[in-house]
Design a protein around this ligand. Structure first.
Ligand code: C5P
Length: 281
């Protein structure tokens, strides 16, 4: 039996860094949603581990134990054969490897009937547990505390990666201070206008250090914010992918066309950020 799973892009609509632990890890509060666009994985039980990577973003992606998808399969007692069709840019603040690992965990749980625990998932990467859940959630601690958010609306959006590759540790190292104000209480309604107001008052505390390392991110955010119909522009995760939110799919598609025409070397995708759980693609 083959399990097919979408590994959707993970978007941090907000990301507040509120402290730093003695071991150097940072305490986070982040509202996370998932795009209706991502990598595709096909997983089946096999006699030995195998990983094959194809797709438009496959260049440079390792096909062995260095790949998080491989390490996720190794959490289970049975070997697996994995085909990964890579559409998401790597080291881009939108989950990438974590989303792939989570999709493998979902597939292998279905195939073997064996669950994995959150600690094992988090050891693969701080974003893996929330990606396994695959629906709107607030992530706290260092990523291991996850609360699903039932009343988060979906958003029409554009994701834009201006090409800079940033490693997560280098962005955390460039952060000026770890003790930033916490997120305020989430809206109790599903009204997108109320959520947009809430989001405008939220932040991504990694945006400024990421811009210090890769100034093109500031240009990218200006291009998104200055385009017609943009309701909010922000960077996701530790960058460099930024996003814009729009009132409808037509405006998001038009913005994506404009940005892609003006910046043909940037990665640009119109999409929807979903609040509901993701399933097989
Ligand atoms: O777990 P992940 O691979 O996403 O983390 C990469 C690096 O980012 C960590 O080794 C650490 O330097 C930094 N990080 C952090 N605090 C977090 C998550 C990541 O300092 N909560």
């Amino acid at each position: 039996m083959i399990q097919q799973q979408l590994a959707p892009a993970k978007i941090n609509l907000s990301l507040h860094v509120t402290g730093r632990r003695a071991d150097g890890y940072h305490l986070l509060q982040s509202l996370v949603v998932f795009a209706d666009f991502g990598d595709t994985l096909r997983v089946e039980l096999a006699d030995q581990m195998a990983l094959n990577v194809t797709g438009p973003m496959a260049a440079g992606v390792p096909m062995d134990h260095r790949n998080l998808a491989w390490r996720a399969a190794a959490l289970f007692a049975r070997p697996a054969s994995i085909s990964l069709e890579k559409h998401l840019p790597a080291e881009a603040g939108i989950g990438g490897g974590s989303a792939d690992a989570a999709a493998v965990i979902r597939a292998m749980t279905n195939l073997t009937g064996t669950p994995t625990d959150l600690t094992a998932q988090a050891q693969l990467g701080a974003d893996v547990p929330v990606c396994v859940l695959g629906q709107a959630a607030v992530m706290q601690g260092i990523g291991e505390q996850i609360q699903p958010i039932a009343n988060c609306p979906s958003f029409h959006a554009v994701m834009v990666n201006p090409g800079a590759r940033l490693s997560t540790p280098s962005v955390f190292s460039a952060l000026q201070r770890p003790d930033n104000p916490a997120m305020t209480d989430l809206p109790q309604t599903r009204d997108p206008a109320v959520w947009l107001d809430w989001l405008r008052n939220a932040r991504n505390d990694l945006q400024a250090p990421a811009i210090a390392l890769a100034p093109v991110i500031a240009t990218c955010l200006d291009v998104i914010a200055d385009g017609p119909g943009c309701l909010l522009g922000r960077m996701s995760g530790s960058g460099a992918t930024c996003f814009g939110l729009y009132a409808n799919a037509q405006q998001a598609a038009a913005a994506a066309d404009d940005i892609a025409s003006a910046h043909p070397d940037w990665w640009v995708r119109a999409c929807q950020f979903n609040a509901a759980p993701c399933g097989p693609s």
